[in-house]
Design a binder for this molecule. Sequence first.
Ligand SMILES: NC(=O)c1ccc[n+]([C@@H]2O[C@H](COP(=O)([O-])OP(=O)(O)OC[C@H]3O[C@@H](n4cnc5c(N)ncnc54)[C@H](O)[C@@H]3O)[C@@H](O)[C@H]2O)c1
Length: 388
Amino acid sequence: MDEVRIGIIGSGVMGQAHMQSIKKTKRARLAAVCDMNGEAVKKLSEEHDVKGFTDANEMFKSGMIDAVMIATPHYSHTPLAVAAFDAKIHVLCEKPIAVHKADAEIMIEAHRKHPELKFAAMFNCRNLSPFKKLKKIIDSGEAGKIQRVNWIITTWFRSQAYYNSGSWRATWKGEGGGVLLNQCPHQLDLFQWLFGMPEKVQAFCGIGKYHNIEVEDEVTAFMEFKNGSTGIFITSTGEAPGTNRLEVTCERGRIVLENNKIIFDRTLESVPAFIKTAKTAFETPETWKVEVPVPEDTGSMHQLIIENFVNSIIDGSPLTAPGEEGIKSVELGNAMLYSAMKKIPVEMPLDGTAYKNFLQSLVDNSTFVKAAPVAAANDDFTKSFAQK
Ligand SMILES: NC(=O)c1ccc[n+]([C@@H]2O[C@H](COP(=O)([O-])OP(=O)(O)OC[C@H]3O[C@@H](n4cnc5c(N)ncnc54)[C@H](O)[C@@H]3O)[C@@H](O)[C@H]2O)c1
């Protein structure tokens, strides 16, 4: 194969941005578009001069595509990915790969039956240079053991108009959660990619605290890791200007990633060793401030994921974000919501079935009435994603 024919399911904000990205990707061809909205399909299939489908299964059976990008609301990711694997189609799925852990397991199991197919997740933030550099520092052991991680990521401000822009948004039935399911899958993925999974999670959530929604728009989570490290994760869609500061305290000092800069305040010796050997009461370890060089990012991080997916299909090269790893951010987000709403600490691994049943009870007992969708808001979002 020297070209991958890609079909896209979902022609909304992200699907339209991906159509443009595919056109810029070498050895990739936009071969078909699919959306349950017939009018949208007609318009986009004419615009891109490709076949349009309103039924994903018809597209899978058409013989017109080798791979599919799933850019539909989260609940549909699982059935669509399973059907694609069954039809022997490679899958690149938007984040979150699923709404809950049990669904993510179903996708992984469907892929396990077809190891010849690629399963990738759209974790475009893994391509950002500051995070790649931070991972390099941590994995090298240069900073020593991590003692504490503190990530405040409150730059996800969203207005009520955003939540009103789609009927599925910010409901238990339509989306299965709020900031943890929609905006933060990126940071939850980076969190586990950099620091691994915690063994205990305790969280507090604001449910519709800043918006007229029935899901969480503010989260404060505490985590404990097996090796004694601790983590704090704070997010919100209701504050401005917001903060995006990732602070990692290690045996050899403190690393702060903020404003795309990495500052490593590096101690000349190990802090735990200094605690034991210092001769006077108020001595502190000598520290050198290092600004770690980070290359400037250009182009679209989404497009890099598509390029990597295509290369992996044609050349067998490794995926930047294998779909299987998508279960971890889903599990972290689920554990935070479960802990907050049940008011209990959650031991990991999370019981996926218990969480699924709990979420279903929220759907069944919902009395929330959603405002009518305002479609115009989507145009701005698509443009902004296409430029990134
Ligand atoms: N990676 C990123 O940076 C990023 C950014 C935004 C959104 N997303 C993700 O993309 C996904 C879609 O979000 P969006 O904002 O584009 O949503 P959207 O509401 O703008 O578009 C969704 C589209 O999917 C269609 N659709 C729904 N179910 C379908 C089905 N079963 N078959 C065919 N079409 C179907 C709808 O008609 C709609 O056109 C979400 O999972 C979201 O988390 C990712």
